[in-house]
Structures are given as structure tokens and as C-alpha cells.
Ligand binder design. Structure first.
Ligand SMILES: [Ca+2]
Length: 325
């Protein structure tokens, strides 16, 4: 069985597309032979509502949740036009582009094998262990990242060489999701952990991600249809953020999640599989190449995305957005 990680990404979606696929290949292309089991690994069986669920804690303290095989309807049950109309009152930049067409048409997908998925985003503290062990330099440290700086009119979002996973311009503890990491950085983290434990860690496919996020639900969000209720289950562009950045007023929901920027992982109600922050906080890299029309041609069994493209798939939205993504 393969262990997969959800991985927090750059704080603005798509910012790292210029690096996608430039160096690193698919982590699946380099299977790691079995090695002696790490004695720090522990496995725990728990019972929840009569169903058996296996949780695993790995050698760096990451919890992974066993996701069962199954099938589901992937994508939006609403057409792009219906979604655009439903979200027309939000000026979220993520909704300005033709954002909804790639979630359509809805189609049946089978996940044929169970898998482990990271219960939380990869944290700053966990990523630091990788960097300290390998002296790895992230793409942002070799180019530029995105963060929050003091501009002429107050705080503003901007890009610069000073921003990277260590410095985002706002406070991050070891319990916050690591951000300002590219798809390449995420893949290298998985390779390091695979070597370290003798198991195969990789990013989830987009189909695995959505199957895990939905956890049996068919609504826009796993807590229903209403974006105004997102603050119950995740850290999104909410009234807290709007109070700090008044120019985002037209983009934010009225609900209050209590966080302007990222939040420590696991602070909101999990979904039915026991996964946290699948909506909001930090967006998450998937292994797939991105194809706007891929859903029209997706195979039913374990789809893994187009053969090649210019960018990778990122799911889960973030603390700076409200739309279904
Ligand atoms: Ca928030």
C-alpha cells in the first residue's frame, strides 16, 4: 500500500507554474526498495462509529489516515454557468478566470485500492526536518516567493526574494502548514521520506484527493452547499481577513474563522474520513499534470491526469479564497 501526502503549497495558487516539471519527475517513477522498518513508526487501530479506521504515525510524527477503496462522482454537479451565477457576489480573484469549466463534467471514478493520506497538511516543523537532513534549497530560495510586506498603503501581498517557506511575511510556527513550496519541493520531500522509511510516499492524484475530500458527500463542500458556512470547517477568506485587508471586502465570506493568514493544522472540524483542512488553510499539490478539459476524457479507474502539460494540479483552495476548488 502506498502512503500519500497532502501538501501545502504556495500561498497563491499557480504561482510556481514556471517550475513545474522542470527538474523533478513523478515520484512514482522511482520506486524505493523495502528497507528495515523504522522503529519510530507506530500504528494505531481505532474504532469510529462502528467502522474500523487505521491511523498511522510515521517516523517524523506525521499522522496518515487509511482511505478505503471505492467509487464516487468526481467534479461539479453544476454546470460552469450555474456555478458562476452562484458565486457572482464574490470578487475572489480565483473566480475571475474561467475557473469552473475544469470541474465539469461530473463523471464516475473508481479508486481501486485503499491508500494512506496525510491527515493534516505537511507542517513547517516536518518540512524543516527534511531541509536539515538534506540541506535542500527550495525553488523559492533560489528565485522568489510570495508573502505579505508593508507597502505604501499598508500591508500588501507581493513577491520577492526575501519570501520563502521560512519567511512568509506573517507568523508561522512549526504547527502551521508549510507554504511557498513548489511541486518540485513537495516531490523532493516525498522522495526523502521514501528513502528514510523504505516506503513509497508520493503526492496524491487529483482523483484520490477529491475522493478523500468528499468522503462520501456530493455537495460543493463537504459541509454542504453554502460558502458562507465554510468557516465551520476551514480557514478561508473570511471576515477576520477582511478586517485586516479591507480591499478584500467583496471577496470574503461574512463568517468568522478567526485567522487572517494560515492557521495551525487541525483546528477545524474534519471530514467523514477524519481529514483536516481539506477546504482552506493552504492549497495542496496533487501529482497530476493540469488539463482544463481532462474531465471530458478521464478514464474511470484510478485516473492520473494528462500525460503532460504546463502546470500541475493544486486543490483545496486556501486562506485567501472561498470558491470550490
Ligand atoms: Ca481566515
Amino acid at each position: 500500500m502506498t502512503a500519500l501526502l497532502t501538501f501545502a503549497t504556495a500561498i497563491l495558487l499557480g504561482i510556481w507554474t514556471e517550475f513545474d516539471g522542470a527538474e523533478a519527475g513523478d515520484a512514482n517513477s522511482q520506486p524505493v526498495p523495502n528497507q528495515k522498518r523504522d522503529p519510530n513508526n507506530t500504528e494505531t487501530d481505532t474504532r469510529d462509529s462502528g467502522q474500523s479506521q487505521k491511523l498511522v504515525t510515521n517516523s517524523i510524527g506525521m499522522k496518515l489516515t487509511l482511505i478505503p477503496a471505492g467509487e464516487f462522482m468526481m467534479g461539479s454537479k453544476e454546470s460552469p454557468e450555474e456555478l458562476r451565477n452562484a458565486f457572482k457576489d464574490y470578487a475572489d480573484p480565483c473566480l475571475w478566470v474561467d475557473h469552473f469549466g475544469d470541474q465539469y463534467p461530473r463523471h464516475r471514478v473508481r479508486i481501486t485500492k485503499p491508500f494512506y493520506l496525510g491527515t493534516h497538511h505537511v507542517t513547517v516543523g516536518q518540512f524543516r526536518k527534511f531541509v536539515e537532513d538534506t540541506a535542500y534549497k527550495t525553488d523559492a530560495e533560489q528565485s522568489y516567493g510570495v508573502g505579505v510586506a508593508i507597502g505604501p498603503g499598508g500591508e500588501e501581498f507581493t513577491a520577492g526574494r526575501q519570501f520563502n517557506w521560512r519567511n512568509t511575511g506573517f507568523a508561522q510556527t512549526d504547527e502551521h502548514p508549510v507554504v511557498n513550496v513548489s511541486w518540485n519541493d513537495a516531490t523532493e520531500f516525498c522522495r526523502w521520506l521514501s528513502r528514510k522509511e523504505g516506503k513509497t510516499y508520493r503526492l496524491p492524484t487529483e482523483a484520490q484527493w477529491e475522493y478523500a475530500c468528499r468522503a462520501g458527500t456530493t455537495t460543493r463542500f463537504y459541509n454542504g452547499e453554502d460558502p458562507e458556512k465554510l468557516a465551520q470547517v476551514g480557514n478561508v477568506l473570511d471576515a477576520t481577513c477582511k478586517a485586516r485587508f479591507p480591499h478584500l471586502e467583496d471577496s470574503a465570506i461574512h463568517g468568522v474563522d478567526g485567522y487572517v493568514f494560515t492557521s495551525p493544522v487541525g483546528r477545524f472540524r474534519p471530514n467523514a474520513f477524519g481529514l483536516y483542512d481539506m477546504h482552506g488553510n493552504a492549497a495542496q499539490w496533487c501529482s497530476d499534470w493540469y488539463g482544463a478539459k481532462y474531465y471530458e476524457a478521464s478514464p474511470a479507474d484510478d485516473p492520473s491526469g494528462p500525460n503532460s502539460a504546463k502546470s500541475r494540479v493544486c486543490r483545496g483552495s486556501s486562506w485567501g479564497a472561498v470558491g470550490p476548488s
